[in-house]
Ligand binder design. Structure first.
Ligand code: PAF
Length: 282
């Protein structure tokens, strides 16, 4: 595996490879969720590039950019074990020569960013789309792999690819959970023991909604109330029901419903997100 920290060498190395290329964009601190993307990419492509880049332009003021976990040595070993061809881990100055305000950015439309995570994180998805577009341009990968846990991000990236005719296939990969159903996230590292216990109520609320829906309850207000009871003690930022194909809000759940939650756990003030599809397609 080649470890590359600059664009010139990345381009030279990519020229040498034969066959298809899969890209797994990450911010590092790799966990089993990332590894599931990497494994899928390795199984579907002749070559895989994993990028590890804590992208400053997708963090807002007061967010956790400085404390975001960085563990390149461990990430390198994990990628090596999975058969990754190139680990691209650039410095910020390699990716951006100017401040965010002076960069040409990709800004998804208001309708898709003024809701859910985009509402409390203004500019976040501009930063995500801009770095992802750069990675698509730099690697010219055939396929790129993203986790369903960041469902709004996935929706927005698929839209960007359609709208801007990127010649790349986006592969969505299922959420990976701990045995007690906590969705894997690099930010789980921040959780204290009591936070982690409370955080479990996010997935508990989602799975309970799914059960109630399967028992015949489709009224969103009733389903939200059931979830809020389970999530007492958490600072719930949103719990929303959207159509998975449009991300339009719903008042009655149906077979296309995706339920999304963002909540903060009190002790470490960690913001967690999770989601569930109410209907598993056959
Ligand atoms: O999901 C992430 O880790 C990041 O948002 C991504 C896609 C790597 C862009 O920085």
């Amino acid at each position: 595996m080649k470890i590359i920290d600059n664009i010139k060498e990345l381009k030279e190395e990519l020229k040498k490879i034969d066959g298809t290329l899969g890209l797994v964009p990450t911010m590092g601190a790799l966990h089993n969720g990332h590894l599931s993307l990497i494994k899928k990419a390795v199984s579907e492509n002749d070559n895989v590039v994993v990028s590890v880049f804590v992208n400053p332009i997708q963090f807002g003021i007061g967010e956790d950019l400085d404390k975001y976990p960085r563990q390149l040595q461990k990430d390198t070993e994990l990628c090596q074990n999975e058969g990754v061809k190139i680990l691209f881990a650039p410095m910020v100055s390699e990716m951006y020569q100017e401040d965010k305000k002076n960069l040409t950015l990709i800004c998804p439309p208001y309708e898709v960013v003024d809701k859910l995570c985009g509402k409390s994180r203004p500019g976040h998805f501009d930063g995500v789309c801009s770095v992802v577009a750069k990675l698509f341009n730099l690697t010219k990968a055939n396929k790129a792999y993203f986790g369903q846990k960041d469902a709004q991000q996935l929706f927005i990236i698929k839209k960007m690819v359609r709208d801007l005719n990127f010649d790349i296939e986006i592969v969505a990969c299922p959420i990976v959970r701990e045995t007690d159903n906590l969705a894997l996230s690099s930010r789980n590292q921040y959780l204290t023991q009591s936070d982690r216990k409370l955080a479990l109520n996010i997935s508990k609320a989602l799975f309970n909604i799914k059960k109630l829906f399967n028992d015949g309850i489709d009224d969103v207000r009733a389903l939200v109330d059931s979830a809020l009871k389970i999530m007492e003690g958490l600072d719930v930022e949103y719990i929303e029901f959207v159509d998975k194909n449009t991300f339009n809000f719903q008042t009655a759940a149906d077979k296309n419903t995706l339920v999304l939650i963002a909540a903060r756990v009190p002790e470490s003030n960690t913001r967690l997100i999770d989601n569930i599809l109410l209907w598993d397609a056959m």
